[in-house]
Write a protein that binds this ligand. Sequence first.
Ligand code: ADP
Length: 260
Amino acid sequence: MSRHTEEAGAEALRLDGVTKVYGRGDSSVVALDDVSLSLPVGEFTAVMGPSGSGKSTLLQCAAGLDRPDSGTVFVEGEPMTGRSEAALTRFRRTRIGFVFQQYNLLPTLTVMQNTVLPLKLARRRVDKRAAREILDRVGLGDRLDHRPDQLSGGQRQRVAIARALVARPRVIFADEPTGALDTRSAREILLLLRETVAVHSHTVVMVTHDPVAASHADTVLFLADGRMAGRMDVPTPEAVAERLTHLGDRHPGDNRRSEV
Ligand code: ADP
């Protein structure tokens, strides 16, 4: 099946009225308030917003790591709600990849073993040559047999990224993937994510606080107070930073809302 021809314009991810409330009564916090969005296959989207605006909650709900209180998340048109925990885990393993800032590598496994672990867990064929190519691309081709404690923090994160890429999931969620990398490594990783979108039609959704990182995306979605607060196509670091400043100025409980 050719993803490029048959799925052009197809929907990779949809959130339909997703609401998430933490706590109860007076102390409850509406972390996501009726969020709806649609991301096509093969796009790189950054999610930005002030601290506490709901970015992590959005990522957790969209990736099936947390369940919304109401609303539905669809991956490739299939709803994630209404599944048992085991079914949700299977669904995630085949369709969704994660790149989290604090990704825990298994300390006793080598770089190569950590990288192919998701394939083993999903009982999929382990293509070590493909894994090696990805590790080459993230700059770890000469570290295949190293263990995590023999790597720098930046290198560990690159293993985490290789591990997400090697399973070739349809949607990759990345939470501050470049947060702990130096400028040059960060740029390499962003270009790598960009390349997976362009070459392999992955869909990447990245939470970041860095306008430069966000400017590598096709589109930036802005969140404020748990609501969508606009989008920017063809983002530049300056324009993103400027928009963020205004979002930061908003008052808590502000009811303004804009369509995405
Ligand atoms: P961001 O990632 O943009 O900083 P979060 O999604 O982490 O925002 O948080 C959104 C809101 O939900 C915040 O007000 C936060 O305090 C609250 N929140 C997040 N997680 C929890 C939790 N487990 N329990 C209670 N409140 C939470």
